[in-house]
Design a protein around this ligand. Structure first.
Ligand code: NAD
Length: 525
């Protein structure tokens, strides 16, 4: 929430940070005046030129310093994440700090290999262009200044990961953290400074999306956005004005299919962890489960038992399921569950706010009997709510899993990996895991991507790192007149006619005639 205060006799707007577990204010940061943002980008552009001239070895060394600084400050970072974002302390390490360090270290070690110029071989039919002496390379050049706009759900790992990827490709970064996690945003900026990154190379700007965020979109050379589908659409529309390229990492409604040969206990545990991790506020959370009818009752009972054992507490060390981030999100979760109940679904665990606790805690909730076309199954919930549905045959399960505007991740559980893989290949999602959930987010070598309305472009992996660079194709030719330049001759037209017949029409004679006509044309040149 923005309030106005006075610093050194000057009136400034500040963002207040609220602990979602207590609803208490835990700090504030000064917002960045929108009119200052173009100048911030101008300074970043100067810093970027120097940075881009540095070698990969130099960039790698400073990245390794960043990893050491994060490791040294890990306890303070975890404490901040617990207090401002509400994750259990275990998850602050497991899904923020450890994956962030892994990402920086892995990408720092791989960036040179993944971004080095790549030769394109076999140019033209039968490599004919190569015979003419042509050679081609793809090169990966920085864009300039990348705008990184980040959400609140993984406020440390996501902002840091995108920023580091952009830097390794030779860019400067202006990052706008979520207005709900400004202290983590500030702390992240301080870590880059502590690791010795050049001044103005990474700048954190604070404030709301509609003003500060919008100005970041307008000023960026490329925009890397992580957030909701609604905001993603607005950003794409804004970016269209200058045709600014965008990567959009958006929401999901991830399905899990439990096949009739799956182990009930293992798949139930996975469903619970995949849903209630980060209180369900994960883009790739398990948000709907389709279970074969032969094991449905056992699965539901198992999920209910584990769910009812999950702990909620004000203390970050005691809680297994944290609070919901803010009032708006809290109300959305309450409304979705209430509506599902009113529409005839049965709530078999939770189903209401945890009013024993002061914060935005919602009890871990399991819903059965929700309709496929209901809001609970079609809209992203982003809260601790797990709907389970029954299916009779696999075609029905695949159709229901694919019946969604989203396509981020999905999972299939089966005791046969090959059967799981076969079903996985029919699911429309950016990543489909067989016998696991969520964990691909921490494997930097593999792509992280959404299809359908879950996003455009990707991150992580070689191709994901290359999103932060513009591909420039360089082609070299020997220094001699090319046969297709002016003047044209009747022999050239004849050669091309015969080549068309020979190469594409299957006429061997045409090819021979084509070569002869070409020789005549060349003699005249
Ligand atoms: P959000 O869209 O409300 O906000 C994300 C960021 O965009 C914030 O920094 C916000 O200030 C900014 N913003 C808002 N309006 C803007 C505008 N008009 N111009 C520029 N910036 C603007 O999302 P959120 O609530 O912070 O995050 C939750 C969403 O993010 C969920 O839908 C979740 O699925 C998604 N998400 C996706 C991924 C992924 O990798 N696909 C990862 C994490 C979260």
């Amino acid at each position: 929430m923005v309030t106005t205060t006075t610093r050194n006799n000057v009136s400034v707007d500040v963002l207040r940070s609220i602990n979602p577990a207590t609803r208490e204010t835990i700090g504030e940061v000064i917002t960045t005046p929108v009119e200052e943002i173009p100048a911030i980008f101008a300074k970043a552009r100067v810093a970027q030129k120097v940075w881009a001239a540095m070698s990969f070895r130099e960039r790698r060394e400073i990245m390794h310093r960043l990893v050491r600084v994060i490791a040294e400050d890990a306890d303070a970072i975890a404490e901040m994440i617990v207090n401002e974002n509400g994750k259990p302390r275990v998850e602050a390490y497991a899904s923020e700090i450890v994956p962030a360090c892994t990402l920086v270290q892995t990408l720092a070690n791989k960036a040179e290999k993944w971004l080095k110029p790549e030769r394109i071989r076999g140019l033209g039919p039968f490599g004919i262009m190569r015979l003419m002496g042509k050679k081609s390379w793809l090169t990966w050049q920085p864009f300039g200044v990348i705008g990184v706009i980040s959400p609140w759900n993984y406020p440390f790992n996501l902002a840091l990961g995108s920023t580091v990827s952009a830097l390794l490709a030779g860019n400067a970064v202006v990052n706008k953290p979520s207005e709900f996690t400004p202290l983590i945003g500030k702390m992240t900026g301080d870590l880059f400074a502590k690791a010795g990154f050049p001044q103005n190379l990474v700048t954190i700007v604070q404030g709301y999306g509609h003003n500060v965020g919008a100005e970041v979109v307008r000023s960026s050379d490329k925009l890397f956005f992580t957030g909701s589908v609604g905001t993603g659409k607005k950003i794409m529309a804004m970016a269209a004005d200058k045709l600014t390229p965008v990567v959009l990492e958006l929401g999901g409604k991830d399905p899990m299919i439990v096949l009739d040969d799956a182990d009930v206990k293992i798949s139930a545990k996975a469903a619970v962890w995949g849903c209630f991790n980060n209180a369900g506020q994960t883009c790739a959370a398990v948000e709907r489960v389709y279970v074969h009818e032969s094991m449905y009752d056992d699965f539901v009972n198992e999920v209910r038992t584990i769910t009812q054992s999950l702990r909620q507490d004000v203390s970050g060390d005691e809680r297994e399921v944290g609070p919901i981030m803010n009032e708006m999100q809290f109300k959305k979760v309450c409304q979705q569950v209430d509506q599902a109940r009113a529409d005839g679904a049965e709530i078999i665990a939770g189903g209401k706010p945890n009013d024993k606790l002061p914060g935005y805690f919602y009890e871990p909730t399991v819903v059965v009997g929700a309709k496929q076309n209901s809001r609970l199954i079609q809209e992203e919930t982003f809260g601790p709510v797990l709907p389970i549905m029954k299916y009779a045959n696999i075609e029905e399960a695949i159709a229901m899993a694919n019946d969604s505007k989203y396509g981020l991740c999905a999972s299939v559980f089966s005791s046969s990996v090959s059967r799981g893989k076969e079903v996985a290949s029919r699911i429309l999602a950016g990543s489909v895991l067989v016998n696991d959930v969520l964990s691909n987010a921490a494997v930097v070598e593999t792509p992280w991507q959404g299809i359908k309305q879950s996003g455009i472009g990707l991150t992580h992996s070689k191709d994901g790192l290359r999103e932060f660079a513009q591909c420039i194709h360089i082609q070299t030719n020997p220094h001699r007149t090319q046969f297709y330049w002016h003047p044209y001759s009747a022999n050239l037209a004849g050669a091309l006619r015969n080549f068309t017949a020979g190469l594409f029409g299957g006429s061997a004679g045409g090819l021979v005639k084509g070569v002869r006509a070409l020789m005549k044309h060349l003699k005249k040149k």
